[in-house]
Write a protein that binds this ligand. Structure first.
Ligand code: GAL
Length: 979
């Protein structure tokens, strides 16, 4: 659907800016083709351009496209860039809603318009040759002139456009002028959940086309898994003979259009990204190509590659950088992919547009299954009940097809791409069906994905987002509900299709919880072929407070009148691309080697789809109370994909404390994405249980005027609360139920925060009923309840003591009409701010919650209160350490306390209160107080993914029921009494 040169005049006739509100695609560009490099000369035009930003199209400088226009007073702006990231205008974020009236194809008169000029020299050697001017991405619409001559108009932000410059380009000085509009008719098709960031955000170049040059090519490289033969067929478009060279395959200089059948070829898979380097050669240029032999097919209701079903361990990846917006440096792309590989991710959905072309080269090279998605989303029409949605309006058909053509043509030669996706959340309609039909004709080798085709009328895989585990289970059994609007045949067709979750596990803030439940279903039901976490990266924008402290901004921080707040902060990695606990959890949940030990042996299951475990060695370490005792290697023969193998555990020395054997599967040699020794999978086996700790007891509490002395503790006699432990001033511990709500607590159909806050759990009051001194115990009865409401809990604190320690048993008896769940059941206490070092024996090193605790392992960990905080961009509950046998909090001199679980507790420690954390909106709102605030919890409510998706699963919901738990406190350092 790319227009012919004749359309250029049609476009002009439409008026100076008529193209802006024309639903049609741009005009003037050459037919789309694949992205390739060549030995032919190329003039990169990236770098500083002259730039002027006007608030409306009308206010843009007239005549700026003329070569002699004086732009000396203009600013300089780097290309590629998103101009709001460079101080021109401001970023704006909305999810579903359009930030302008929904009146397609019209756009606001207030339409920021950037005028760009770039002067460049063409060397003499280019005399009389053809050339094209290439734009890899311009958001959202641009009109282009070279030396004052109009070349055409670009729409489709994340898609390339090329113009012939045969007539306009000259040897010597040339002036390129581009007018970029933030809003255009195309904006209606680009309502993806992300920042609105106009600009020339991908590269621009002039590429020489010598007389004997290649226009386009389509590599078909199939692999027959039965014969291990590769079949290579390249369709080349060129006005000259083209030869093919692939030395490794013995193809030295053959006509490129031959069909080559090659024996014993090594196939390409995401696990074995084997590429054969070659070249297409003409008299005037050499074009490097990389061939990956692989065949994608749907066989018996399963998505297969090279004859085997694959299991997707995927993420959705947007293109965002905290400093550069949509202009992501190649190094950051690479960093993304390396991090993914190191976290066992094997698949990427390019949500919701084709990524930078270099990203796909890296996917081919490093090995990922890719769903390449077209640049299309019209989600905002949802709020109009999909009335006037472009997807079913013939006026928009050319634009839809144009976008799909340009996606497929650009990316067709990437072996990593296994599915084409028509776009995202654009409802359904004839234009989408037409995209699917065209794609099927053009490339029958890849199935078609589009989640919005809920009835599966024109797609090849059944795709859903955020379905609950119970629904996924029904789908796995092919017993899902029938779609209301389809006949039995269409329903049967859908039921026979493979299933993927194109989005699940919404990684907003603290979470996602409940990932392992999905993974179990993916592994149990052949129809369920995995899914893609929403999403890879928090789209925060780096900012600084007036006093220079860094934070990441989200929707509303730039004064947008309409925005969706921090819903754009929902990734597995923070905006600066450091892993969040959610990524560590995902890595463990999807590990491709699963080990389980019991009764002296270890069962190793290979969950890869293709490779054996030969690239791994299996190391073991024995730790007693977290201290290493012995280590070694397990002799494990290579285990085939899908196979299991049992090995005997090593003979271990005796230990005298709780002991765990950790087995790690680590890389035996360097891989392109990680060094030898990198851990891929692990398990722990308990080899010696914990002996119960003796309860401090025997001392008698002494009443002294207004306080009670009891062992190392001094209590407030009226309240019965601990005020001093050994040399340390403390306050508390006392019952506490509140947590700073997570995004998931706030979210969706399970707004737990509302119930909790509405029931006053954030402002409980404590009434001391009585304080009783017994022979060897101190018993404090209280009632804890919110103001204004009738329900409450009777809480009994029962203390015992010896010389150095205190034992506390807490009994909680909720009575009356409580909400269904509570955030925590535990204690809070306060110690001086100098007590900021932590050592613990428990599950670590990172945070964990009941439905997100797969990534933590039993060990002994040293840290600090500061390092215990997880810097969620929108502050919320974080930092809980679970399974804590004991934790020591000390100051620089070793003064502090030891908390002992009976048998285990959860511990969190912060420099601010839960209330401060609850009130904060950015990390910089959190200011250290004079204390360290410690939570010691018997239980916590899970995390879930209710920000978008199911809430906390029943097994992880914390009910306000009668609860008894015990904990010990010892003063540190331990003073040994003389005599
Ligand atoms: C999905 C959508 C994504 C994102 C996500 C929520 O519905 O496809 O683009 O908005 O929800 O973060």
């Amino acid at each position: 659907m790319t227009s012919t040169p004749d359309d250029v005049s049609a476009g002009r006739a439409a008026g100076a800016t008529g193209y802006l509100e024309d639903p049609a695609p741009g005009y003037g560009a050459l037919p789309p083709r694949c992205t390739f490099t060549s030995t032919a000369a190329r003039l990169p035009l990236d770098g500083d351009w002259r730039f002027h930003l006007a608030p409306t199209v009308g206010a843009a400088p007239a005549g700026f496209q003329l070569p002699d226009y004086d732009d000396a007073g203009w600013d300089l702006l780097p290309v590629p860039s998103s101009w709001p990231m460079h101080g021109h205008g401001r970023p704006a974020y909305t999810n579903v809603v359009y930030p302008f009236p929904v009146d397609p194809p019209y756009v606001p008169t207030d339409n920021p318009t950037g005028s760009f000029r770039r002067v460049f020299d063409v060397p003499d050697t280019w005399q009389d040759t053809d050339a094209v001017l290439r734009f890899d991405g311009v958001d959202s619409c641009a009109r282009v002139w070279l030396n004052g001559r109009e070349l055409g108009v670009i729409k489709g932000s994340r898609l390339p456009s090329e113009f012939s410059v045969r007539e306009a380009l000259k040897v010597g000085e040339n002036v390129l002028a581009v007018e970029v509009h933030q809003w255009s008719a195309g904006s209606y098709l680009e309502d993806q959940d992300m920042w609105w960031l106009p600009g020339i955000f991908r590269s621009v170049a002039v590429v020489r086309r010598p007389p004997a040059s290649i226009t386009d090519f389509f590599v078909h490289a199939d692999f027959d898994h039965l014969s291990c033969q590769g079949t290579l067929r390249i369709e080349v478009q060129a006005d000259c003979p083209v030869r093919l060279v692939i030395d490794e395959l013995g193809i030295t200089d053959r006509p490129a259009d031959e069909v080559f059948v090659i024996d014993d070829v090594e196939p390409w898979t995401a696990e074995t990204p084997r590429l054969y380097d070659g070249e297409l050669v003409t008299d005037d240029e050499r074009v490097p190509i990389r061939i990956g032999f692989r065949t994608v097919a749907i066989v018996d209701g399963q998505l297969t590659v090279n004859g085997r079903p694959i299991l997707i361990r995927g993420v959705n990846r947007h293109e965002h950088h905290p400093d550069f917006g949509r202009a992501v440096p190649t190094e950051a792309m690479r960093e993304d992919l390396l991090l993914m590989k190191r976290h066992n991710v094997n698949a990427i959905r390019t949500s919701h547009y084709p990524p930078h072309p270099a990203m796909l080269d890296l996917c081919d090279e490093l090995g990922f299954w890719v769903i390449d998605e077209c640049d299309l989303e019209t989600h905002g029409f949802h709020l109009l009940d999909w009335k006037r949605n472009p997807s079913d309006d013939p006026v928009w058909a050319p634009a839809y097809l144009d976008r799909m053509h340009r996606t497929v043509e650009r990316d067709k030669n990437h072996p990593s791409i296994v599915l084409w996706s028509l776009g995202n959340e654009s409802h359904t309609g004839a234009n989408l069906a037409a995209m699917a039909n065209w794609t099927r004709d053009r490339d029958s080798s890849r199935p078609i994905h589009y989640e919005g085709d809920a009835a599966c009328e024109y797609v090849d895989v059944y795709s859903r987002m955020y379905a609950s585990p119970s629904e996924v289970e029904l789908i796995g059994k092919r017993e899902e509900e029938q779609h209301p609007n389809v006949d039995a045949a269409t329903d049967a067709k859908r039921r026979s299709m493979p299933f993927i979750l194109c989005e699940y596990g919404h990684a907003m803030g603290n979470g996602p919880g409940g990932l392992s439940e999905y993974q179990e279903l993916f592994e149990r039901y052949p129809r369920c072929q995995g899914g893609f976490i929403w999403e890879w990266l928090d789209h925060g924008i780096r900012q600084h407070t007036a006093d220079g402290r860094e934070f990441f901004a989200y929707g509303g921080d730039f004064g947008e009148p309409i925005h969706d707040g921090n819903f754009v902060i929902d990734g597995l990695v923070f905006p600066n691309r450091t892993p969040s606990p959610g990524l560590l959890e995902f890595k463990k949940v999807i590990e491709p080697v699963v080990m389980n030990g019991a009764d002296g042996s270890l069962v190793i299951e290979n969950h890869y789809d293709f490779v054996t475990t030969a690239h791994l060695i299996f190391r073991w370490t024995l730790e007693s109370e977290g201290e290493p005792v012995a280590d070694g290697l397990l002799a494990v023969p290579p285990v085939g994909a899908g196979q299991r193998h049992e090995v005997a555990l090593p003979k271990l020395p005796r230990t005298d404390a709780e002991s765990w054997l950790t087995v790690q599967a680590v890389l035996v040699a360097d891989e392109p994405w990680a060094a030898a020794g990198h851990e891929v999978a692990w398990t722990q086996v308990q080899v010696r249980r914990r002996d119960p700790e003796p309860t401090p007891t025997g001392r008698r509490p002494q009443l002294r005027s207004d306080h009670i002395v009891f062992g190392p503790g001094v209590f407030d006699a009226a309240r019965g609360e601990l005020r001093r432990l050994g040399g340390l001033e403390v306050s508390g511990p006392r019952l506490d139920l509140w947590r700073a709500p997570t995004d998931n607590d706030r979210g969706g159909e399970h707004p737990e925060e509302g119930w909790w806050r509405g029931n006053g759990l954030h402002r409980l009051q404590h009434r001391t009923i009585d304080v009783k001194l017994g022979r060897t115990e101190l018993v404090v009865h209280t009632r804890v309840a919110p103001p204004a409401l009738g329900f409450g809990a009777y809480v009994t604190y029962r203390w015992q003591a010896n010389e150095t320690g205190l034992a506390l048993t807490v009994q909680v008896e909720p009575r009356g009409q409580w909400p269904d769940s509570v955030p925590r059941i535990g204690l809070r206490m306060r110690v001086p701010s100098t007590v900021d070092s932590v050592e613990f024996f428990g599950l670590g090193p990172g945070e964990s919650y009941p439905d997100s605790d797969r990534a933590v392992r039993v060990g002994r960990y040293q840290s600090t209160v500061d390092a215990w905080q997880t810097p969620y961009v929108f502050p919320q509950e974080n930092g809980n350490r679970s399974g804590v046998r004991w934790a020591q909090l000390t100051d620089a001199d070793g003064l502090g306390l030891r908390i002992g679980g009976q048998p285990t507790v959860n511990v969190a420690a912060r420099r601010w209160t839960t209330e401060d954390l609850d009130a904060a909106r950015h990390t910089t709102d959190l200011v250290a107080s004079d204390h360290v605030h410690v939570n010691i919890d018997a239980a916590l409510h899970g995390l879930g993914t209710a920000a978008c998706g199911p809430g906390v699963l029943p097994a992880y919901q914390l009910r306000p029921v009668d609860t008894t738990f015990a904990v010990t406190f010892s003063a540190l350092p331990v003073e040994i009494e003389e005599g």
